[in-house]
Design a protein around this ligand. Structure first.
Ligand code: FAD
Length: 405
């Protein structure tokens, strides 16, 4: 199936990683992105060893290490007193455990690396201003139509168009998200606006009833990425780009530790995202079209694995199309391999959210005591996610053949 024309709808972290994996598997790949310019929001993303393995396979290694930060630990603290509830050692310990480090990286930096990696193997194959508005299965081909009136015909379509995926809707109809009652505020703070020594090269999770507040360093340690999640019932907009109100963010965090106040005090602006949950889909593919990343498994952010799973998806999809005789068999195999793993992560993230936002004092005390008694428990719980080695399971990716166009 080497000569397949594969269309990827969406140049997010998942779509671009998949495009490189597919091109390196010999396919003729075009990415269609609705935006006028490539880019990502100004926030951070945590990248576990499982996704780092994929990045290495598509040539993203040295550049990544230059822009990413390796935290030494994750400290879970009481958000009023700063008492450490438990510490998970990351850094060299994680590298020894999983063979690769755990990283924090600015989304825009990772996105640029992914776009450059694809451009290196498929120059000029990202089409911007290409909002997909229609999808039609022809005999053995698929036609995409775009909002500028143009269309394109290919052999396989991958909907990597995010949480509000139009490709998913074209295949399976509108989805039915459930509002969790949680809202995430996020913002960044230049480190030089904060008292020296206040923030170390760690992940921090400040824990309290109905709330938690996470922060970590980006951009060589010069920027602090903050996400505060609170139980709140009156905001229903699920979007990265909707601005929040700094006064409201401050009010939500009144009475919390001085470090949190300093972080919020150093922000110029924040964004506000209503957290919705969805049941795992039973099916991702129809005819010659499938889905990838948030388009098929949007998940709550509490295991920090949404982007990592999207990145893994592309590797497995490329493997399945490469090793099966027909598109239908390849897409079926992809779904069979990926669905159980990502569904488990989706459901695990849901459970982690409940644990993080406990409000009953007895239940909180019990959770904290368990975590303190066995600080390595959390690491062990994540083994099945971080240990996953796509290259060992599905073979290494080669340098691509010369483009067929
Ligand atoms: P997206 O990043 O949404 O990309 C979709 C792309 O498709 C966009 O470029 C969009 O413009 C384009 N598009 C949309 N519609 C169309 C169309 N009709 N035609 C053409 N193009 C289209 N994950 C982690 O792994 N680690 C973390 O630490 C982490 N932290 C998070 C924190 C928060 C608060 C949240 C909300 C999420 C977090 N995630 C994290 C999840 C992660 O952000 C997502 O899972 C990931 O970005 C999904 O990537 P994607 O490529 O599937 O979709």
């Amino acid at each position: 199936m080497k000569s397949l024309r594969v269309f990827v709808v969406g140049a997010g972290l998942g779509g671009l990683a998949a495009a490189s994996c597919l091109r390196r598997s010999g396919f003729d790949v075009t990415v269609f992105e609705q935006a006028a310019a490539l880019g990502e929001v100004g926030a951070g993303v945590q990248i576990g060893p499982n996704a780092v393995r994929v990045l290495h396979q598509i040539g993203i290694k040295d550049g990544f290490e230059k822009v990413a930060v390796r935290p030494i630990s994750l400290d879970v603290r009481d958000w009023e007193t700063a008492r450490i509830i438990n510490t998970i050692t990351l850094g060299d310990t994680y590298e020894a455990r999983y063979g690769l480090p755990y990283y924090h990286v600015h989304r825009a930096d990772l996105h640029t690396l992914l776009a450059d990696a694809f451009e290196a193997v498929a120059p000029g194959c990202i089409r911007l201003n290409a909002k997909c508005i229609g999808l039609e299965q022809l005999n053995s081909e698929v036609r995409l139509t775009f909002d500028d009136g143009t269309s394109a015909v290919g052999d396989v379509v991958i909907g990597a168009d995010g949480i509000h995926s139009s490709v998913r809707e074209a295949l399976f109809g509108p989805d039915n998200p459930h509002f969790t009652g949680m809202v995430a505020f996020r913002g960044t703070v230049p480190l030089n606006r904060l008292p020296p020594g206040l923030i170390e090269c760690k992940g921090y999770n400040w824990s309290g009833p109905h709330h938690h507040f996470v922060h970590y360093l980006l951009k060589g340690g010069s920027l602090v990425n903050c996400v505060g999640v609170c139980d709140q019932d009156d905001w229903r907009v699920e979007s990265w780009s909707v601005e929040g109100d700094m006064d409201e963010f401050r009010n939500e965090c009144t009475g919390l530790h001085d470090t949190i106040q300093a972080l919020i005090g150093g922000m110029d602006s924040c964004f506000k995202w209503a957290l919705y949950d969805r049941e795992p889909l039973a099916q991702w593919s129809r005819d010659h079209t499938t889905l990838l990343g948030d388009a098929c498994h949007p998940m709550l952010p509490f295991l920090a694995q949404g982007a990592c799973m999207a990145i893994e998806d592309g590797y497995v999809l490329a493997h399945c199309l490469r090793t099966h005789d027909s598109v239908a068999a390849g897409l079926k195999a992809y779904e069979t391999i990926r669905l159980p793993r990502v569904s488990r992560v989706q459901l695990g993230a849901r459970e982690r959210g409940k644990t993080l936002h406990m409000s009953d004092p007895k239940a909180m005390a019990k959770r904290n005591a368990q975590n303190a008694a066995d600080p390595a428990m959390r690491a062990r719980e994540m083994d099945w996610i971080y240990d996953h080695d796509v290259a060992a399971e599905y073979g290494v990716l080669n340098e691509p053949q010369p483009a067929s166009r």
